[in-house]
Design a protein around this ligand. Structure first.
Ligand code: PRP
Ligand code: URA
Length: 216
């Protein structure tokens, strides 16, 4: 059964762009462009319940009661594939801070290995958005959530995961270990293959963005 914390976008623009992203013929330049566009759309959906505060706005005609984002937001891109999601998120949330977290998945064990952490000293934030195109076994996402919670991102601080493609195995792992973390994704795929790749997926999101390796 799917957890209530999972949000899979049904937006036609998301579905359209996902088709381009998955296509093996899509070259890195276009791939990066579509990662960015999808990130914007998913970020928009993930922010739907963000708090706003009142702000007086003077239009050329009169003064009115407007709004501004009331959340202090931290963006946590998981290196390296999550890097491609940052610019779009910053467009949506210009005051967000960006804290890089380096994790790679050991190809043999499929376990995450942490190699870089640029979190600030204190968790002075309301909402953390973890950015990673792929949620496969859930090992990297779970490790990132644990790093954030150890650092101080605990209630009332909220953590959300923003992925482009998720596998049921990864969703289950995250929901079981962290039922308080919402997952926003563009697609929930069928399953993992025996190498831990998402099927049908899109191959290796890092390689496809940065032109390294082969597609799967
Ligand atoms: C990919 C992806 C996630 C992770 C997902 O990164 O970007 O971080 O795998 O797999 P998991 O859910 O099984 O942990 P990868 O380790 O390939 O590193 P890269 O971004 O440097 O290519
Ligand atoms: N990481 C990727 O980049 N792709 C997958 O399918 C699984 C993990």
């Amino acid at each position: 059964m799917l957890p209530p914390t999972l949000h899979v976008s049904q937006h036609p623009a998301v579905l359209h762009k996902l088709g381009i992203l998955r296509d093996e013929k899509t070259e890195p330049k276009k791939f990066r462009e579509v990662v960015r566009e999808l990130s914007w759309l998913l970020g928009y959906e993930a922010l739907a319940d963000a708090r706003v505060r009142a702000r007086e706005v003077k239009t050329p005609l009169e003064t009115m009661h407007g709004h501004e984002l009331g959340e202090r937001i931290g963006l946590i891109p998981i290196l390296r594939a999550g890097l491609g999601m940052v610019d779009a998120m910053l467009e949506l949330m210009p005051t967000a801070e960006v804290w890089h977290l380096g994790l790679f998945r050991d190809e043999r064990t499929l376990k995450p290995v942490e190699y870089y952490n640029k979190l600030p000293d204190a968790a002075s934030v309301d909402l953390c958005l973890i950015l990673d195109p792929m949620l496969a076994t859930g090992g990297s996402a779970t490790a990132a959530i644990e790093v954030l919670k150890r650092w101080g991102a605990v209630t009332p601080v909220r953590i959300k995961l923003v992925n482009l493609i998720a596998a049921p195995e990864g969703v289950e792992a995250v929901a079981k270990a962290h039922p308080d973390v919402e997952i926003h994704c563009a697609a929930l795929d069928r399953q993992l293959n025996d190498k831990g790749y998402i099927m049908p997926g899109l191959g290796d999101a890092g390689d496809r963005q940065f032109g390294t390796g082969k597609a799967s």
